[in-house]
Design a protein around this ligand. Structure first.
Ligand code: GTP
Ligand code: MG
Length: 458
């Protein structure tokens, strides 16, 4: 109805990049700055995410007002999702895209592009997630003099010409790499059109230099280009299952990122499970206990009655044992609509988990998100898929590959992402001589298979 309350939610921002390039340090810095600059009473804790409220964004970006006089924070804040690997990022899947509104691709400015940088870039491209590049660790450049927590544009003015030229060279190398992957890019203060050019922000997650520009840019871009997408209302919540976790005393819980609507205790909802849709009711909504409240024997979580988008929340409910990470999460507004919603998720997931008739490879992955990312990568290479599913490689998977192997041996293989081969499956696989490819970086898994494929064809 038209009198429904609506609001603009926080944009959801993911931080991605190669191992050790500084994602966690960057998030810690942002979190630390946010906590330090908060007023009492502004503390909110999230599951799998951290919020930088507008009041803090205003304080952090204050020194930039002279460069960007039009900078006014209109969004309620930024919701950062902590993704320790690209796997979790894959789980932020949403039909036709990603739950992430924007991403920060962290690249060590000294080391440059590395395998997981390329992996992240590929997934960002596939999911059409806008991103900016944080060229991190500028404090490690030869001769860099650190000016802690100052804007990059201030700090760079105080560096020697030689250090500045080293920085320029490194940035130019990043520009080259991004170009190879189909992106125009430029240092952020030289970008004319942010819709066409990826902005590169030199930062140090350690000293805090450049953090204010990074945050200002994300807030600015979100406000300018995605306000419509950020409008949400009192409607039934929608989200995605980021992780499925066993919690002491709570049983199996799901960590969910809610990107739309309102979620209450006792709400009826549907998620995808290993053996089909799971329909159940929220038993409790859990948020991390604020540090200053930490008391003995009270547990790590506090219960809340209601959460609103955008947020991360832990949900405890009966029957979640088989829930799959990467599953869509929908609140069902009334019991008479259960069928409609279970059909909807079933239909969505049948695009990702399926067993077809035609010859193709067998695909096994650890979550719905990684399975979908693998499928998309294979589709780009025109490799047909016979079977795609979540879970360890079973004897039955080997049998499927063996059948394909008889008529199309180049497709009679198993691609396994972050899953094991069960012992009885391995026995059969060795006997039938079915090749298996395993890797925890999607594009490298694909490269290994394609290399084998080519050699096989010769
Ligand atoms: P994974 O979670 O393992 O993928 O790594 P990460 O990307 O989260 O990297 P992390 O933040 O753990 O940083 C890796 C190392 O780099 C740590 O020793 C950090 O202290 C260091 N580091 C991160 N950012 C900076 C920086 O800006 N300058 C310097 N000098 N060191 C940094
Ligand atoms: Mg980390």
């Amino acid at each position: 109805s038209s009198d429904k309350k609506t609001w603009i939610r926080q944009p959801i921002i993911v931080v991605l990049g190669h191992v050790d390039h500084g994602k966690t340090t960057l998030l810690d810095k942002i979190r630390g700055t946010a906590v330090a600059k908060k007023e009492p009473g502004e503390i909110t804790q999230h599951v799998g995410a951290s919020v930088v409220p507008a009041s803090v964004l205003n304080k952090i970006t204050e020194p930039l007002k002279k460069y960007f006089p039009k900078l006014v924070i209109e969004i309620p804040g930024l919701l950062f999702i902590d993704t320790p690997g690209h796997e979790l990022f894959s789980n932020l899947r949403r039909r036709g895209g990603s739950v992430a509104d924007m991403a920060i691709l962290v690249v060590d400015v000294v080391e440059g592009f590395q395998p997981q940088t390329i992996e992240a870039l590929n997934i960002l491209k596939e999911k059409r997630v806008p991103f900016i590049v944080a060229a991190n660790k500028i404090d490690r450049l030869e001769g860099w003099k650190a000016f802690p927590d100052t804007p990059f544009l201030e700090s760079v003015k105080r560096q020697s010409p030689r250090t500045i030229s080293i920085l320029e060279e490194r940035i130019y190398q990043l520009v080259g790499k991004l170009y190879e992957h189909g992106f125009e890019s430029e240092r952020f203060d030289r970008v004319k059109d942010f819709r066409r050019t990826v902005a590169i922000v030199p930062i140090s997650a350690k000293t805090g230099e450049g953090i204010s520009e990074l945050l200002a840019l994300i807030a600015g871009l979100a406000q300018q280009f995605m306000k419509k997408k950020l409008v949400t209302s009192e409607d039934a919540a929608r989200g995605v299952v980021l992780e499925v976790k066993e919690e002491q005393g709570l049983g199996t819980t799901i960590d969910v990122i809610i990107y739309d609507g309102v979620l209450s205790k006792n709400d009826l909802f549907v998620v995808v499970g290993k053996n089909g849709p799971i329909v159940t009711r929220v038993r409790s909504l859990l948020m991390p206990r604020p540090l200053q409240d930490m008391r003995m024997h009270e547990g790590r979580f506090v219960q809340v009655d209601l959460v609103t988008a955008a947020t991360g929340v832990k949900i405890s409910a009966p029957g979640l044992e088989d829930a799959l990470a990467g599953s869509p999460f929908y609140v069902i507004p009334s019991e008479d609509r259960i069928q409609e919603f279970t059909r909807m998720v079933q239909e969505e997931v049948s695009q990702i988990r399926f067993k077809g008739e035609s010859d193709g490879v067998v695909l096994k992955a650890d979550t719905l998100g990684t399975l979908e990312a693998l499928l998309e990568a294979l589709r780009r290479e025109n490799i047909p898929v016979k079977l795609a599913d979540v879970g360890h490689v079973t004897r039955n998977d080997v049998l499927e590959a063996a059948i394909v192997s008889k008529s199309k041996p180049e497709y009679g293989v198993i691609l396994a992402f972050n899953v094991k081969i069960l012992p009885e499956a391995e026995e059969l696989r060795a006997r039938e001589n079915i090749p298996v490819f395993k890797h925890n970086i999607i594009y490298q898994l694909l490269e290994e298979y394609l290399k084998w494929f080519k050699e096989f064809k010769e």
